[in-house]
Design a protein around this ligand. Sequence first.
Ligand code: PEP
Length: 250
Amino acid sequence: MRKKVIAGNWKMNKLPNEAMEFIAELTPLVKDTENEVVICVPYTDLFYSLMHAQGTNIKIGAQNMHYEEKGAFTGEVSGEMLKSIGVEYVIIGHSERRAYYGETDETVNKKLKKALALELKPIVCVGESLEEREAGKAKEIVTTQTKLALEGLNNNEVEKTIIAYEPIWAIGTGKTATKEDANETIKWIREEIEKIYGKEVADSVIIQYGGSVKSGNAKELFEMSDIDGGLVGGASLDSTEFAKIVNYNV
Ligand code: PEP
Protein backbone atom coordinates (compact mmCIF):
# COMPACT_ATOMS: atom_id res chain seq x y z
CA MET A 1 0.00 0.00 0.00
CA ARG A 2 1.56 3.30 -1.10
CA LYS A 3 1.55 6.16 1.39
CA LYS A 4 -0.08 9.46 0.43
CA VAL A 5 2.46 12.26 0.47
CA ILE A 6 1.05 15.79 0.64
CA ALA A 7 3.79 18.32 0.01
CA GLY A 8 3.48 22.09 0.01
CA ASN A 9 5.64 24.11 -2.36
CA TRP A 10 5.85 27.64 -1.02
CA LYS A 11 7.91 28.89 -3.98
CA MET A 12 9.35 32.38 -3.19
CA ASN A 13 6.99 33.14 -0.31
CA LYS A 14 7.22 33.60 3.46
CA LEU A 15 9.88 35.07 5.72
CA PRO A 16 11.27 33.00 8.60
CA ASN A 17 8.84 34.46 11.17
CA GLU A 18 5.95 33.60 8.85
CA ALA A 19 7.29 30.08 8.37
CA MET A 20 7.52 29.56 12.13
CA GLU A 21 4.02 30.92 12.64
CA PHE A 22 2.70 28.61 9.90
CA ILE A 23 4.29 25.55 11.49
CA ALA A 24 2.87 26.48 14.90
CA GLU A 25 -0.61 26.73 13.35
CA LEU A 26 -0.30 23.58 11.21
CA THR A 27 1.12 21.28 13.91
CA PRO A 28 -2.08 20.64 15.91
CA LEU A 29 -4.20 20.47 12.76
CA VAL A 30 -2.27 17.59 11.13
CA LYS A 31 -0.88 15.74 14.15
CA ASP A 32 -3.21 12.74 13.72
CA THR A 33 -2.93 12.21 9.97
CA GLU A 34 -1.62 8.97 8.51
CA ASN A 35 -0.44 10.93 5.45
CA GLU A 36 3.11 12.23 5.04
CA VAL A 37 3.12 16.02 5.54
CA VAL A 38 5.91 18.00 3.88
CA ILE A 39 6.50 21.70 3.34
CA CYS A 40 9.13 22.79 0.83
CA VAL A 41 10.23 26.24 1.90
CA PRO A 42 12.67 28.89 0.61
CA TYR A 43 16.32 28.33 1.56
CA THR A 44 16.22 31.19 4.07
CA ASP A 45 13.37 29.49 5.95
CA LEU A 46 14.90 26.02 6.07
CA PHE A 47 16.79 26.24 9.33
CA TYR A 48 13.99 28.01 11.21
CA SER A 49 11.43 25.57 9.83
CA LEU A 50 13.51 22.56 10.80
CA MET A 51 13.88 23.89 14.35
CA HIS A 52 10.16 24.56 14.68
CA ALA A 53 9.07 21.27 13.12
CA GLN A 54 11.14 19.23 15.58
CA GLY A 55 8.94 16.80 17.49
CA THR A 56 6.08 17.16 14.99
CA ASN A 57 5.08 15.01 12.00
CA ILE A 58 5.83 17.88 9.58
CA LYS A 59 8.78 17.20 7.28
CA ILE A 60 10.82 19.98 5.72
CA GLY A 61 12.01 20.13 2.14
CA ALA A 62 13.94 22.46 -0.16
CA GLN A 63 12.76 23.50 -3.62
CA ASN A 64 15.98 22.90 -5.53
CA MET A 65 19.63 21.86 -5.12
CA HIS A 66 22.82 21.75 -7.17
CA TYR A 67 24.28 18.42 -8.21
CA GLU A 68 27.87 19.41 -7.40
CA GLU A 69 29.11 19.25 -3.83
CA LYS A 70 30.81 22.67 -3.85
CA GLY A 71 32.65 25.11 -6.07
CA ALA A 72 32.29 28.25 -8.16
CA PHE A 73 28.51 28.21 -8.59
CA THR A 74 27.45 31.61 -7.28
CA GLY A 75 24.03 31.61 -5.72
CA GLU A 76 23.62 27.84 -5.68
CA VAL A 77 23.05 25.48 -2.75
CA SER A 78 24.31 21.89 -2.77
CA GLY A 79 22.61 18.73 -1.60
CA GLU A 80 25.35 18.37 1.01
CA MET A 81 24.41 21.79 2.39
CA LEU A 82 20.77 20.76 2.66
CA LYS A 83 21.69 17.48 4.29
CA SER A 84 24.03 19.17 6.76
CA ILE A 85 21.16 21.03 8.43
CA GLY A 86 18.77 18.07 8.41
CA VAL A 87 16.59 18.80 5.37
CA GLU A 88 14.68 15.65 4.41
CA TYR A 89 13.00 16.35 1.05
CA VAL A 90 13.98 18.23 -2.09
CA ILE A 91 11.94 19.18 -5.15
CA ILE A 92 13.83 18.57 -8.40
CA GLY A 93 12.95 19.85 -11.86
CA HIS A 94 9.87 21.92 -11.04
CA SER A 95 8.41 23.31 -14.27
CA GLU A 96 9.19 26.87 -13.13
CA ARG A 97 12.86 25.92 -12.82
CA ARG A 98 12.73 24.21 -16.20
CA ALA A 99 11.10 27.30 -17.76
CA TYR A 100 13.03 30.14 -16.08
CA TYR A 101 16.37 28.67 -14.94
CA GLY A 102 17.48 26.32 -17.69
CA GLU A 103 16.73 23.08 -15.87
CA THR A 104 16.86 20.20 -18.36
CA ASP A 105 16.17 16.47 -18.25
CA GLU A 106 19.93 16.04 -17.93
CA THR A 107 20.32 18.34 -14.91
CA VAL A 108 17.23 16.76 -13.34
CA ASN A 109 18.87 13.34 -13.71
CA LYS A 110 22.16 14.58 -12.19
CA LYS A 111 20.35 16.22 -9.27
CA LEU A 112 18.23 13.15 -8.67
CA LYS A 113 21.28 10.87 -8.54
CA LYS A 114 22.98 13.23 -6.12
CA ALA A 115 19.93 13.59 -3.88
CA LEU A 116 19.55 9.80 -3.64
CA ALA A 117 23.25 9.36 -2.90
CA LEU A 118 22.84 11.79 0.00
CA GLU A 119 19.63 10.09 1.16
CA LEU A 120 17.55 13.17 0.55
CA LYS A 121 14.00 12.29 -0.52
CA PRO A 122 13.50 13.67 -4.03
CA ILE A 123 10.21 14.88 -5.51
CA VAL A 124 10.82 14.98 -9.26
CA CYS A 125 8.38 17.04 -11.32
CA VAL A 126 7.21 16.11 -14.82
CA GLY A 127 4.39 17.52 -16.90
CA GLU A 128 3.26 18.71 -20.29
CA SER A 129 2.29 22.18 -21.53
CA LEU A 130 -1.18 23.00 -22.81
CA GLU A 131 0.01 22.99 -26.43
CA GLU A 132 1.55 19.55 -25.93
CA ARG A 133 -1.65 18.18 -24.38
CA GLU A 134 -3.80 19.67 -27.12
CA ALA A 135 -1.49 18.18 -29.74
CA GLY A 136 -1.97 14.74 -28.18
CA LYS A 137 1.63 14.62 -26.97
CA ALA A 138 1.07 14.47 -23.20
CA LYS A 139 1.90 10.77 -22.94
CA GLU A 140 5.10 11.09 -24.95
CA ILE A 141 6.23 14.13 -22.96
CA VAL A 142 5.64 12.77 -19.46
CA THR A 143 6.96 9.28 -20.18
CA THR A 144 10.10 10.69 -21.83
CA GLN A 145 10.70 13.11 -18.95
CA THR A 146 10.26 10.26 -16.49
CA LYS A 147 12.59 7.91 -18.36
CA LEU A 148 15.31 10.55 -18.67
CA ALA A 149 15.00 11.64 -15.05
CA LEU A 150 15.42 8.05 -13.83
CA GLU A 151 18.18 7.05 -16.28
CA GLY A 152 20.97 5.07 -14.63
CA LEU A 153 19.15 4.52 -11.34
CA ASN A 154 18.80 1.06 -9.85
CA ASN A 155 15.46 -0.42 -8.73
CA ASN A 156 16.00 0.56 -5.13
CA GLU A 157 16.72 4.16 -6.07
CA VAL A 158 13.65 4.36 -8.30
CA GLU A 159 11.50 3.10 -5.43
CA LYS A 160 12.79 5.94 -3.26
CA THR A 161 11.97 8.58 -5.86
CA ILE A 162 8.69 10.47 -5.60
CA ILE A 163 7.36 11.74 -8.90
CA ALA A 164 4.98 14.70 -9.11
CA TYR A 165 2.89 14.81 -12.27
CA GLU A 166 2.19 18.51 -12.75
CA PRO A 167 0.57 19.58 -16.01
CA ILE A 168 2.10 23.02 -16.60
CA TRP A 169 -1.25 24.48 -17.65
CA ALA A 170 -2.71 23.61 -14.25
CA ILE A 171 -0.01 25.22 -12.11
CA GLY A 172 -1.14 28.42 -10.44
CA THR A 173 -3.94 28.86 -12.97
CA GLY A 174 -6.91 27.57 -10.99
CA LYS A 175 -7.41 24.95 -13.74
CA THR A 176 -7.15 21.42 -12.44
CA ALA A 177 -6.80 18.31 -14.55
CA THR A 178 -9.91 16.17 -14.20
CA LYS A 179 -9.39 13.35 -11.79
CA GLU A 180 -9.71 10.89 -14.68
CA ASP A 181 -7.09 12.68 -16.82
CA ALA A 182 -4.69 13.04 -13.90
CA ASN A 183 -5.09 9.37 -13.00
CA GLU A 184 -4.67 8.22 -16.60
CA THR A 185 -1.50 10.28 -17.05
CA ILE A 186 -0.07 8.95 -13.80
CA LYS A 187 -0.84 5.43 -15.02
CA TRP A 188 1.19 6.17 -18.18
CA ILE A 189 4.09 7.19 -15.94
CA ARG A 190 3.71 4.02 -13.89
CA GLU A 191 3.58 1.87 -17.05
CA GLU A 192 6.79 3.50 -18.29
CA ILE A 193 8.48 2.68 -14.99
CA GLU A 194 7.16 -0.89 -15.21
CA LYS A 195 8.61 -1.29 -18.72
CA ILE A 196 12.09 -0.42 -17.49
CA TYR A 197 12.16 -1.50 -13.85
CA GLY A 198 9.37 -4.08 -13.53
CA LYS A 199 5.97 -4.24 -11.88
CA GLU A 200 7.11 -4.43 -8.29
CA VAL A 201 9.05 -1.18 -8.59
CA ALA A 202 6.28 0.54 -10.58
CA ASP A 203 3.68 -0.46 -8.00
CA SER A 204 5.69 0.98 -5.15
CA VAL A 205 6.68 4.36 -6.62
CA ILE A 206 4.76 7.27 -5.12
CA ILE A 207 3.36 9.51 -7.86
CA GLN A 208 1.66 12.74 -6.81
CA TYR A 209 -0.58 15.06 -8.75
CA GLY A 210 0.09 18.81 -8.71
CA GLY A 211 -1.74 21.74 -10.29
CA SER A 212 -4.26 23.93 -8.48
CA VAL A 213 -4.96 21.37 -5.77
CA LYS A 214 -7.15 22.85 -3.02
CA SER A 215 -9.35 21.59 -0.21
CA GLY A 216 -12.33 21.47 -2.57
CA ASN A 217 -10.75 19.00 -5.03
CA ALA A 218 -8.11 17.14 -2.98
CA LYS A 219 -10.38 14.28 -1.94
CA GLU A 220 -11.61 13.38 -5.41
CA LEU A 221 -8.08 13.52 -6.82
CA PHE A 222 -6.29 11.67 -4.03
CA GLU A 223 -8.88 8.90 -3.92
CA MET A 224 -8.06 7.88 -7.49
CA SER A 225 -6.28 4.54 -7.86
CA ASP A 226 -2.89 5.86 -8.96
CA ILE A 227 -2.69 9.31 -7.36
CA ASP A 228 -0.59 9.14 -4.21
CA GLY A 229 -1.16 12.61 -2.79
CA GLY A 230 -0.19 15.97 -4.15
CA LEU A 231 2.33 18.73 -4.61
CA VAL A 232 0.48 21.87 -3.61
CA GLY A 233 1.55 25.42 -4.47
CA GLY A 234 -0.77 28.34 -3.74
CA ALA A 235 -3.06 26.45 -1.37
CA SER A 236 -0.12 25.42 0.83
CA LEU A 237 0.48 29.02 1.92
CA ASP A 238 -2.50 29.05 4.25
CA SER A 239 -2.20 26.68 7.20
CA THR A 240 -5.93 26.04 7.56
CA GLU A 241 -6.39 25.33 3.85
CA PHE A 242 -3.27 23.15 3.69
CA ALA A 243 -4.42 21.20 6.76
CA LYS A 244 -7.76 20.52 5.06
CA ILE A 245 -5.90 19.11 2.06
CA VAL A 246 -3.70 16.94 4.29
CA ASN A 247 -6.82 15.75 6.15
CA TYR A 248 -8.80 15.06 2.96
CA ASN A 249 -9.48 11.51 4.13
CA VAL A 250 -10.58 12.26 7.71
C1 PEP B 1 3.30 23.83 -7.76
O1 PEP B 1 3.90 24.86 -7.56
O2 PEP B 1 3.93 22.77 -7.79
C2 PEP B 1 1.85 23.87 -7.94
C3 PEP B 1 1.22 22.77 -8.24
O3 PEP B 1 1.23 25.10 -7.78
P1 PEP B 1 -0.35 25.37 -7.62
O4 PEP B 1 -0.87 24.37 -6.62
O5 PEP B 1 -0.45 26.78 -7.12
O6 PEP B 1 -0.97 25.17 -8.95
